[in-house]
Write a protein that binds this ligand. Structure first.
Ligand code: ADP
Ligand code: MG
Length: 256
């Protein structure tokens, strides 16, 4: 197991987490590199840790490696070297059956929403809930609560094409919450949205974060990043060039 840093760890009371090992770290990259056969090195020696309940922006220009980091977390890709650790699951020892276990701890949303176009809002979420094996009897109550949480209680019977982009992204977020994830990953979730919808989605992600879910949001919207005081990891050409929480990893976000 990777040793915890000697300093900079919040006292367990701060996070409300009193686990006996590995404290509150939910994502840990240790010297991670990723090389694609056709395009070369996408990530070079990237190390960082994210604690339970943190909100982290992943920024950097197009092609910097943001999506690759999220794919490594989601085990859609494996590191060429180094270790990706999500809760107690390590890329170094991950077997095929662990991938499903890993993904039950995660929720993910994308720029293009990826909803089932021929299903209603409610059916989109029900489909994801069925995959988790949720008991049918509790499903409609759970769907109602999720839709209320994302502010779409009145749209349960709508089809995706009957919704605005911001509303479609809210459905995708509700769907990503069916597992009550430890970490919500968002890959450019506001990339297709206007400024007002962007603010709404960011606000919603902050609300979800406030309930204790760690959120990692990849974005190149620097205005959004600058207006917030959230921790920022900046990637450029596959390298981590800034961690705004340094030099005390795990400390509360730096106010800028
Ligand atoms: N599946 C893949 N196969 C080959 N190269 C890839 C693949 N995915 C990403 N890359 C390359 O890795 C680099 C980083 O891509 P990506 O993580 O998508 O960047 P970002 O999300 O920051 O725009 C790019 O050079 C891209 O071409
Ligand atoms: Mg990307």
């Amino acid at each position: 197991m990777t040793p915890e840093p000697a300093t900079g760890k919040p006292p367990s009371g701060l996070t409300g987490h009193t686990g006996t090992h590995s404290a509150a770290t939910v994502i840990r990259f240790t010297r991670v590199s990723k090389e694609f056969t056709r395009t070369g090195l996408a990530l070079k020696d990237v190390s960082f840790a994210v604690n339970k309940g943190e909100f982290v922006f992943l920024t950097g220009p197009s092609g910097a490696g943001k999506s690759t980091i999220l794919k490594l977390i989601f085990a859609e890709e494996r590191p060429t070297s180094g270790e990706v650790k999500i809760a107690a699951l390590s890329s170094a020892t991950m077997r095929h059956r662990d991938i499903a276990k890993l993904r039950r701890k995660l929720g993910i949303v994308f720029q293009d929403f990826r909803l089932l176009e021929d299903r209603t809002v409610e059916q989109n979420i029900a489909f994801a809930l069925e995959v988790t094996g949720a008991p049918r009897a509790s499903m409609s109550g759970r769907i109602g609560r999720l839709l209320t949480q994302v502010g779409l209680a009145s749209k349960a019977q709508a089809l995706p094409r009957e919704l605005s982009g911001g509303e479609q992204q809210r459905v995708a977020i509700a769907r990503a919450l069916v597992n009550d994830p430890l970490v919500l990953l968002a890959d450019e979730p506001t990339g297709n949205l206007d400024e007002r919808a962007t603010r709404g989605i960011f606000q919603l992600l902050r609300e979800i974060n406030a309930t204790g879910t760690a959120v990692m949001m990849a974005t190149h919207d620097l205005d959004l990043v600058k207006r917030s005081d959230c921790r920022t990891l900046e990637i450029n050409h596959g390298q981590l060039v800034l961690d705004s929480a340094e030099p005390t990893p795990g400390a509360p976000p730096v106010t800028r």
